[in-house]
Structures are given as structure tokens and as C-alpha cells.
Design a protein around this ligand. Structure first.
Ligand code: DGJ
Length: 707
């Protein structure tokens, strides 16, 4: 037995790489330290792989690549065929590269099925593991890949699952259930990360929370069709995994051609979900292009809910002036600036400024915005085409469609076939023209329809479309490194995670729904990648009315912005917004680099989310009363993550106004506005909050006292 042991953060991965088959995953989970010699560790872990009664005469395989040929009866890692043959591959280990403590590449071959396989595993310093397989057709005839997944084993203790689902403006709400015998499968066939997408799948010990329990989580780094799944079999074996969901015949490998799976990102935490977030956030924050402290996330004003399609230079100029006055740093002109786009039924594809609305082009508005010291941003939806557009009339064959049949329209639009080189070049050149001819610092990249019945020539086209969209984004980023491109998909779910652009993830939902959306998006993305906008008093998407203090407190814990016609806001509202923006600017360094924490709170109608600086010297927490509390006297809320041995000043702060409280007398510290206590007391006992009315939020600023 030959063992490879990768360790980082709280996580260990132990592989038996002794062959002759592909490596067995002996352990993924708790850090096993380095005290035990590898061979002894391997033998101990291998004890778990026993021969069962009334089963195969050898222990069932827990290979990195689960094979039917080795007796695995769950969903095989590779499913494919060569006109019906070579359908049950059996790989032999042919090579291993093991560099440092953090990466392994495994090579395998099936000489009968004439397939080669390369598996790459990397463990980042934050403990985030990533894994992908690349399959190569070594034969002389095409090999059809039905599915190539990535999966990792789960231990017996992981008996509870958590995933996310939702709908427009209510994305990413959690659902939990036991992991019984059988499978739990979440499929996304929308060709984009949909409103109902689970952006990850989590398994854990019973009742795991944000701060307790062992937790294992995966995220599939692919925004096209994909699947996430968990399964447990009567043998006790269980897996957690995912991959691209390929449509029939979508990937057929010619001789010597390769197919690479998306990366599967996987994290383990011994201390609940906050540990999972730490592994993901740590990984993302180490990327060279990640927006760090030297590129603070600018305060945004987006024009969509302010003016919709009513593009009028004077009105927008006034809005820009009002925005600059309160401290906005990025002014984004949303949908409606291009030809024929007077409503959402026409114009997509005609990426020329509408001369009837903008007779002098966008230049006057851009100059005005720039002269006010703000960056100018523009909305685009490059993958889309309206049937009522000049582009469609000239090239009706440039859309994703199947056999001459038109897919149903969706928001009156079709999808441009980016795997068609002519269509691709056209869109690329229009975006080039926009970016080179105008002083644009930011693109809001929208994607408002699912890819339904989306064929490229005679084949399904989602796979090729996804790759082409990533290529387009990569090329534009390389050509215009100063332009930030954010993904948005109908306002809430465009997580193009393969390229990890910053999503306007939570833009349009009402503050109340967004509180939940932000919490759960934050399991995988750090706050600086989550767009959080203050909307008008009465939300356009739900009709709910919320106080500004509530809307502003929720929006603070992300990449903050405004989506509201503030030229119609009262002087008091504008003053409150200016104060809130000032607060955000002073604290975004903390909010966008610190550790994200959440309390496990016994009141189901209240939450506490926070961010703590890495050195534990300061923190901000938002206590949110989402509904009427079940208790007349609020239960003390623990402030997690502080250094138990330091003393902290806790202050209630109100940058956009105070929350409304009930008749119950507020605790003395709240009346005084401040209290000083040790981190150990704040973490273990907590602090009694004022009794808030429903849909109210309180912001706490916590600062350590000099030792
Ligand atoms: C959907 C987005 O959610 C909105 O913010 C806006 O950009 C519209 N698309 C524009 O059509």
C-alpha cells in the first residue's frame, strides 16, 4: 500500500495510490495530523473497506473514479460508450505526480476501452479541495461521453443534507433533510445557474449549524447544465459529488480528443458551516485578480428600478448628480440604451446606441458621470437576441435551436449561438467597439433566459455555448483589464463560477428575502462578491414596505449599492443614505477581508450575521428580526468569532436610522448605546438585544480594547 496524504486548514485527504487500479480515497475530512506513519494510517483506514456478506469477494471499491466494473452499484463516475461498446471502463493506474503537500495528478488507462484518464487534485491553504478529471479518447472511433462526474466519499456520520432552491427574487433558500439510503440529486437543466439552483450541496452530522457539527460541502464550478448529488448504499458507502449534466450526444470525442470536467470544489469543516465559508472565501481571496483592499468595492447606483426604459438625458443627468452628492462611486446605465429597446420585446443583439434616444451618443452622460468623479458602467446581455431586432432579421440562423424548430421565447428573446464563429465574432466586435470607444469601467452582464431546446447544428448546444461564453469573458478581460465584468442573471443567480466573476448576486430581491439570499450565497462567496442594493421604500418586486434603516443594514454586508430613483427621495432619506455610504466606505476594508460568521440562534425569527477582522480586533454584526419573535423577552444573542481573552466595546450604530423597538424596555446597554465585555462572555453568553419590531435590523460595531 502506498499512501498520499494531503493536509491543509482543517482538512486531510488520504489516498491509497498503490495500484493496480486508480487510487482509493481512504479519507476526506478531519485533519489527521502527521504523527501517524503513512503506512499505518493507510492500513487503519483500509479496515473500513471490508468484504460484505452476500456481495463481491473483494472489498467494494471507493476509487477516485467509481466504476461499475469494480462492483460499484451507485452512479458511475464515467458513463459513455463507443456505439454501444466500451460502456464499462476499467482503468489501471499508469502514473502519479505528487508535488508538495497540496497536489496530486493521477494517470490511468483502459487499454480495452481505449481511454485515458487524468485526475487532478489540489488542496488550497484554506482547506478547499478541488478535483477534476480529463478523459481522452485513445481509440480510432468516436467515444460518446454521457457523464463524467467528480465525487468524494462521505463518512457514516454525515446523515443530514442541506441544499438551496428558490424562485425569482427568492433565490437560495435552504432546505434540509436526512440522507437516507438512496440518492438526493439536484439537476440544473437551464443552461445557466437558475433561480432555483443549489449552488452547493452540504452533508453533515445531525443538526449541524453555522458554528457546530462536522460538515462536508461541494460546489460544481460550472454555470451550464450541471448536477450535484449525494447517495448512500446499504454497504454504508456514501458519496457527495457533481459535474456537468450533458445532454444526449452533446460530447462525442473524436480520436485523441479530450473532455475535462468542471472543477468540483469541496470543503470540510469540523465547526459547522462557517468553516465551509472560510475555506471557500480563503480560496477566492487568494486569486490575483480578486477585488482586495487595494481595489475597494465601489458604491453603485444602478438605474434600472429608477428609470427602467425611460432613458432621458436630463433625468439621468439629475440622477447622476444626486448619486454623486451622497457619495456614489459607480453609476450604471441599465437596459434600454441600444436600438429599438424601448421595452423588453425588442432590440437585443443590436448593440448600437439608440440615436433616437441618445442623439449625441452616450458620451454626454459618460462625461457628466466622470466629471462628477464616478465610474461609468453599462448593462449588456451579449448572449441574447430579440426576434424583433436587426441582427435577427439579418441572421435568423444565428440562434440556438433544434432542427429548424424555434425554441419558445422567454422574456421575448432567444439565445445567440456563440459556438457559431460568425455570431461570436460579431458580438465580440460589438463589445470591442463599445469598450474601446467609450470610457466604460464596468459591464453588468445579464442573462435573462434559460437555454431551452438549445441546439447547435444537429446537437445539443449548452456545453459549447457555456465554453464560448467563458472564452468571450476571458478575451474581454484580457483585452480590457481595467473593466470589471459582473455577472447578473435576472437579478439574482448568475454565478458563472468557472470564471468566478463577481455576481450582482442579490440585486433585486426585497431586503427581507435578500437577508436569506445573502446568508446562503455567502456560504460559497465572500461579501465583496455579492451585490446588495438598497431599493425604494416600497419594493418593486414584492410590494413590501421597509424602513430605510432595515434596507440599508441588510445591504451593508455585501458589495453595497442603490437601485432607487433617489432624485425622488426626501432630503432626510438622502442624508441617511449619505451617512450609510460614509459608514460603508469606512468599514468596507473590514467587511471585504474579514471572516464571515453567523450565530446559531434559538429564535427562528431572528438572525445574527457578522464579519470579524482577521486579527480579531474589530467586527460588525447585523442582528435582524425577520418576523415577530416567538418570545416576548429576546433571547441573548451570542456574538461568535471574537477572541475570548480580549475585552470588546460593543456599540449599537445607526448609519441610516435606528430600528423600531417594541414596548418591552430595552436592555440597559442598549439605552446607554454601549457595553464593554470579554470576547469569551460575548461568545458564550451573548448579549440581550432590544426587542425589535418585525423586519427591523440593528447594527453592532465591536472593537477590542487595548490590552
Ligand atoms: C434583469 C436584472 O435583474 C435587472 O437588474 C435589469 O438589469 C433587467 N434585467 C434589465 O432588463
Amino acid at each position: 500500500m502506498e499512501i498520499v496524504h494531503l493536509r491543509a486548514g482543517d482538512c486531510s485527504l488520504v489516498l491509497d495510490v498503490g495500484g493496480p487500479r486508480l487510487p482509493t480515497v481512504l479519507h476526506w475530512g478531519a485533519d489527521l495530523g502527521d504523527a501517524t506513519p503513512a503506512s499505518q494510517l493507510g492500513l487503519t483506514l483500509a479496515e473500513t473497506l471490508a468484504v460484505a456478506v452476500a456481495a463481491l469477494d473483494e472489498p467494494a471499491s471507493r476509487s477516485l473514479v467509481r466504476e461499475h466494473s469494480a462492483g460499484y452499484l451507485g452512479r458511475p463516475t464515467l458513463s459513455g460508450h463507443r456505439m454501444g461498446s466500451d460502456w464499462s471502463p476499467s482503468f489501471a493506474l499508469t502514473g502519479l505526480e505528487h508535488s508538495g503537500d497540496d497536489r496530486v495528478t493521477v494517470h490511468g488507462v483502459d487499454p480495452v476501452a481505449r481511454l485515458g484518464l487524468r485526475s487532478e487534485i489540489e488542496l488550497s491553504p484554506s482547506g478547499l479541495l478541488r478535483l477534476r478529471h480529463t478523459l481522452r479518447n485513445e481509440g480510432d472511433s468516436p467515444y460518446v461521453v454521457n457523464e463524467l462526474l467528480c465525487a468524494l466519499p462521505l463518512p457514516g456520520q454525515a446523515t443530514e443534507l442541506l441544499d438551496l432552491s428558490g424562485r425569482w427574487c427568492r433565490e437560495r433558500h435552504p432546505q434540509r433533510h436526512p440522507l437516507e439510503l438512496g440518492s438526493w440529486v439536484r439537476e440544473n437543466r437551464r443552461g445557466r445557474t437558475g433561480h432555483d439552483a443549489t449552488i452547493g450541496l452540504v452533508a453533515g452530522t445531525p443538526g449541524f449549524g453555522f458554528r457546530h457539527g462536522e460538515v462536508w460541502a461541494v460546489h460544481v464550478g460550472w454555470s451550464g447544465n450541471h448536477v450535484s448529488y449525494a447517495g448512500r448504499w446499504p454497504s454504508g458507502d456514501a458519496v457527495l459529488g457533481g459535474g456537468e449534466l450533458l445532454l444526449p450526444g452533446e460530447v462525442s470525442l473524436a480520436p485523441a480528443e479530450e473532455y475535462a470536467t468542471p472543477w468540483l470544489y469541496a470543503a470540510y469543516s469540523p465547526h459547522g458551516l462557517d468553516g465551509i465559508a472560510a475555506a471557500f472565501h480563503g480560496y477566492l481571496r487568494r486569486r490575483s485578480h480578486h477585488p482586495g483592499p487595494n481595489r475597494p468595492r465601489p458604491v453603485v447606483l444602478n438605474t434600472w428600478e429608477a428609470v427602467y426604459f425611460d432613458h432621458d438625458f436630463d433625468r439621468l443627468r439629475g440622477l447622476a448628480g444626486a448619486a454623486a452628492e451622497i457619495g456614489v462611486e459607480r453609476f450604471v446605465l441599465d437596459d434600454g440604451w441600444f436600438r429599438s429597446r424601448r421595452d423588453d420585446t425588442a432590440g437585443l443583439g443590436d448593440w448600437y446606441v439608440d440615436e433616437t434616444v441618445w442623439p449625441h451618443g452616450l458620451e454626454p452622460l459618460i462625461s457628466h458621470v466622470r466629471s462628477l468623479g464616478m465610474q461609468f458602467g453599462l448593462w449588456v446581455e451579449p448572449e441574447m437576441i430579440s426576434p424583433d431586432s436587426d441582427l435577427y432579421r439579418a441572421h435568423p440562423d444565428w440562434i440556438l435551436a433544434t432542427g429548424g424548430r424555434l425554441p419558445p421565447t422567454y422574456r421575448h428573446q432567444q439565445v445567440l449561438d456563440l459556438a457559431n464563429p460568425d455570431a461570436y465574432d460579431h458580438i465580440r466586435s460589438r463589445l470591442d467597439a463599445l469598450l474601446s470607444e467609450n470610457d466604460i469601467g464596468y459591464l453588468k452582464w445579464d442573462h435573462n433566459r434559460d437555454l431551452i431546446d438549445a441546439g447547435h447544428q444537429a446537437r445539443p448546444g449548452v456545453h459549447a455555448q457555456t465554453l464560448a461564453a467563458y472564452r468571450l469573458l476571458d478575451e474581454l478581460r484580457a483585452a480590457y483589464p481595467g473593466v470589471e465584468i459582473e455577472s447578473c442573471s435576472s437579478g439574482g443567480h448568475g454565478l458563472t463560477s468557472a470564471s468566478w466573476s463577481a455576481p450582482t448576486a442579490c440585486g433585486r430581491a426585497t431586503a427581507l428575502e435578500r437577508q436569506t439570499i445573502q446568508r446562503w450565497t455567502g456560504l460559497f462567496l465572500p461579501p465583496e462578491l455579492i451585490g446588495t442594493h438598497v431599493g425604494p421604500p416600497r419594493a418593486h418586486t414584492t410590494g413590501r414596505v421597509h424602513d430605510l434603516s432595515f434596507r440599508a443594514t441588510i445591504a451593508l454586508l455585501g458589495h453595497a449599492g442603490i437601485e432607487w430613483d433617489i432624485s425622488s427621495a426626501s432630503p432626510e432619506e438622502r442624508a441617511a443614505l449619505a451617512s450609510w455610504i460614509g459608514f460603508y466606505k469606512r468599514h468596507r476594508g473590514l467587511l471585504h477581508t474579514g471572516d464571515v460568521v453567523h450565530a446559531d440562534h434559538p429564535d427562528p425569527a431572528a438572525t445574527l450575521d457578522g464579519v470579524i477582522s482577521r486579527d480579531r480586533s474589530e467586527a460588525l454584526y447585523a442582528y435582524v428580526q425577520t418576523a415577530t419573535s416567538r418570545f416576548t423577552v429576546p433571547v441573548p444573542v451570542r456574538l461568535p468569532g471574537l477572541d475570548p481573552d480580549r475585552r470588546y466595546v460593543v456599540q449599537s450604530v445607526h448609519p441610516a436610522g435606528s430600528p423600531r423597538t417594541t414596548l418591552w424596555p430595552s436592555p440597559s446597554w442598549y439605552a446607554a448605546g454601549t457595553i464593554t465585555l470579554p470576547g469569551g462572555v460575548l461568545g458564550a453568553v451573548g448579549l440581550t438585544m432590544p426587542s425589535l419590531h418585525p423586519e427591523q435590523a440593528l447594527l453592532l460595531q465591536v472593537t477590542s480594547v487595548a490590552r
